[in-house]
Design a binder for this molecule. Structure first.
Ligand code: NAD
Length: 315
């Protein structure tokens, strides 16, 4: 069996496939040349760069599996592949911990004013040390506070695990997950607890911190009305998709003091987020790096290789 890895894979993924007897070709073939070359392979691994469209699939009669390192399948004609008996596999779970830890990083940053302090210290740290110390001395601890999770899927559950580890109470809402078993602390301790989900209004009105972990939506799930329902001084985090929270409502909520701070990894209009959002001193910002850790990339490599091996074995 021969697999083309066109957008790269971690070394561990290549090794696993080779150990399973697969001939792995790591040489990228240009999109134009793929239509005449893909028939040499039984499988192809891509990330987001290579497009696997209908015309390509039609020119690759030997193709048995298309692997996508990551979550989104927008670059693959999935239904058409399935109609031709070709499996399509991806790695949705590999980055959950990384995204959850980034949400915690934003939360900690805002709770202790790190996002503002970092900006101000580099400009005025020497001239205004005492003033800055006073300005940023109103931090808040996470322990004992309630975090409300909107979406209790893979990332929501990982975040619940992080939050329990930090001594927080966790509440969550999810129309499709009624309860979830959450591990607490290192895996070898085997400690778990259960989160039973509730309605969104309870999450909005009872949480000190709110973090959103749902798929992209047509209309924002959090707008002006939802922010008004929240306690005063809530910290709001979005690492899911831009547009899940209305950005104008965020700016209003910060202005009124309803929101203490907001952590954003995702934005409407990526890769050119709104200038008011980018320049707001109460928003902690990262450029969509939720899944970007070495560990997540390794897990992507392992999960993808295992799914490719499994698919080719059963083909
Ligand atoms: P998942 O499918 O495992 O979980 C999503 C959960 O949201 C599901 O349980 C679903 O029932 C729930 N849900 C759907 N609509 C809801 C609603 N209206 N209210 C409450 N819950 C609702 O997905 P996941 O792997 O946890 O990913 C969550 C989000 O994170 C996705 O939008 C994904 O694109 C995003 N993500 C971001 C990054 C990043 O780099 N920042 C990386 C990976 C994933």
């Amino acid at each position: 069996m021969k697999v083309l890895v066109n957008d790269g894979i971690e070394e561990i993924g290549k090794k696993l496939m080779e150990e399973a007897g697969i001939d792995v070709d790591m040489n990228t073939i240009t999109q134009d040349d793929l239509s005449t070359r893909l028939n040499e392979y039984d499988g192809i691994c891509v990330r987001s760069a290579t497009k696997v469209r209908q015309n390509l699939i039609d020119n690759a009669p030997n193709l048995k599996v298309i692997g996508r390192g990551g979550v989104g399948l927008d670059n693959i004609d999935v239904d058409y592949a399935h109609s031709k008996g070709i499996k399509v596999v991806n790695t949705p779970a590999a980055s959950s911990r990384s995204v959850a830890e980034l949400a915690i990083a934003h939360l900690m940053s805002i709770a202790r004013n790190l996002h503002m302090s970092n900006r101000a210290m580099s400009l005025r740290g020497s001239a205004d040390f005492a003033k800055l110390k006073k300005a940023y001395s109103n931090g808040t601890e996470l322990e004992g506070k309630t975090i409300g999770l909107i979406g209790l899927g893979r990332i929501g559950q990982e975040l619940a695990s992080c939050a329990f580890g930090l001594g927080m109470n966790v509440i969550a809402t999810d129309p499709f997950v009624k309860e979830a078993t959450i591990k607490i602390g290192p895996k070898h301790l085997g400690l778990t607890t259960t989160v039973v989900t509730t309605d969104i209004d309870t999450v909005l009105t009872s949480s000190d911190f709110i973090s959103v972990h749902i798929p992209s939506v047509k209309e924002p799930i959090i707008g002006k009305k939802e922010i008004e329902m929240m306690k005063d001084g809530v910290i709001l985090i979005n690492t899911s998709r831009g547009g899940v929270i209305n950005e104008e409502a965020i700016l209003d909520g910060l202005e009124s003091g309803k929101l203490r701070g907001v952590g954003l990894d995702v934005f409407v209009g990526e890769p050119s987020p709104d200038a008011q959002i980018l320049s707001h001193d109460k928003i902690s910002l990262t450029p969509h790096i939720g899944a970007s850790t070495e560990e997540a990339q390794n897990k992507v490599g392992i999960e993808l290789a295992q799914k490719i091996i499994e698919s080719l074995k059963n083909s």
